[in-house]
Write a protein that binds this ligand. Structure first.
Ligand SMILES: O=C(O)CCC(=O)C(=O)O
Ligand SMILES: [Fe+2]
Length: 297
């Protein structure tokens, strides 16, 4: 089957069409202009119709984002044996990983996962009667030396944006401003660095197969290489999300769909790879332990 391992090959129905179609439909919301009520209403409409929107003038310092992008590139550029020193293991899911599967097909990507709250204490199982807990800690690479501090600083900045968005979403649902954000005093999210290397058969594989995100919402930074596609609700077509420099892509995740009684939608998305350019993205999921257990109010 061509030049890639069969483990990466999608079933024919799920292979991407590598068209150059560009669609500019997903709402772009400027967080610096309108008043709170207007913003909440725009966001609410986007969450209903698309489950996705982009934000500009969002308050995350560009310097902090540039720095984290730089250390991510430097880390994934390291030789494989160096990256594997920070590899995930069976006891701790943090660190480097290059064997993730989505829907049983291997993704064409490498990732680095770090806990936003270190240590993070989580229930040992999804069984609500199981009292056992597990403690997880971060695994940091030695190189680049500024990796840890840079990522931690970025997490603090992007978390402020995630909380602001949760407040606006709460207002948009007719709830008190802090109704949703109050559930996140105990943060259990994992900041992920995604690296998609060039792929010799981009018509057969995906950077990430189709999926919906867990948690409440995801705040995603992507670079200038397109690749993210979402499944349009109106007709089930896969449409690309155009990268706007320095914007964030926000998507409703599963817990928010449940909390909104299915008014807001957690939409399927995937990542298409290409044969010439590498791509980087950084998702920040807003999660908490009840959401990650699936036990939502
Ligand atoms: O790389 C992207 O643009 C999307 C990443 C994503 O969907 C995920 O990590 O869940
Ligand atoms: Fe995702």
């Amino acid at each position: 089957m061509g030049e890639i391992d069969l483990a990466f090959v999608q079933e024919p129905d799920h292979r991407p069409k590598l068209s150059t179609m560009e669609v500019d439909e997903i709402p772009v919301i400027d967080l610096s202009v309108s008043g709170t009520e207007t913003l909440a209403s725009e966001i609410g409409k986007a969450c209903q119709k698309w489950g996705f929107f982009q934000v500009i003038n969002h308050g995350v310092p560009l310097q902090s984002r540039n720095r984290v992008e730089k250390v991510a590139k430097a880390f994934f550029d390291l030789p494989m044996e160096e990256k594997r020193k920070a590899k995930r293991d069976e006891f701790n899911f943090t660190g480097y990983h290059d064997e993730e599967h989505t829907k049983n097909v291997r993704d064409w990507k490498e990732v680095f996962d770090m806990l936003i709250q270190d240590p993070t204490i989580l229930p040992a199982s999804y069984d609500p009667d199981d009292e056992e807990i597990r403690t997880y800690t971060n695994k940091w690479p030695e190189n680049p030396p500024e990796f840890r501090e840079t990522c931690q600083e970025y997490c603090r900045e992007v978390e402020k944006l995630a909380f602001r968005l949760l407040e606006l979403i709460s207002i948009s649902l007719g709830l008190a401003r802090n109704r949703l954000s109050d559930m996140f005093k105990q943060q259990t999210g994992v900041l992920r660095l995604n690296y998609y290397p060039p792929c010799p058969s981009p018509e057969l594989a995906l950077g990430i197969g189709r999926h919906r995100d867990g948690g409440a919402l995801t705040v995603l930074a992507q670079d200038d290489v397109d690749g993210l596609q979402i499944k349009r609700q109106s007709d089930g077509e896969w449409i690309p999300v155009k990268a706007i420099p320095n914007a964030y892509i926000i998507n409703v995740a599963d817990a928010l769909q449940v909390w909104s009684n299915d008014v807001y939608v957690s939409v399927e998305h995937r990542v298409v790879v290409n044969s010439s350019r590498q791509r980087f993205s950084i998702p920040f999921p807003q999660c908490h332990s009840e959401a990650s257990r699936g036990a939502c109010e």
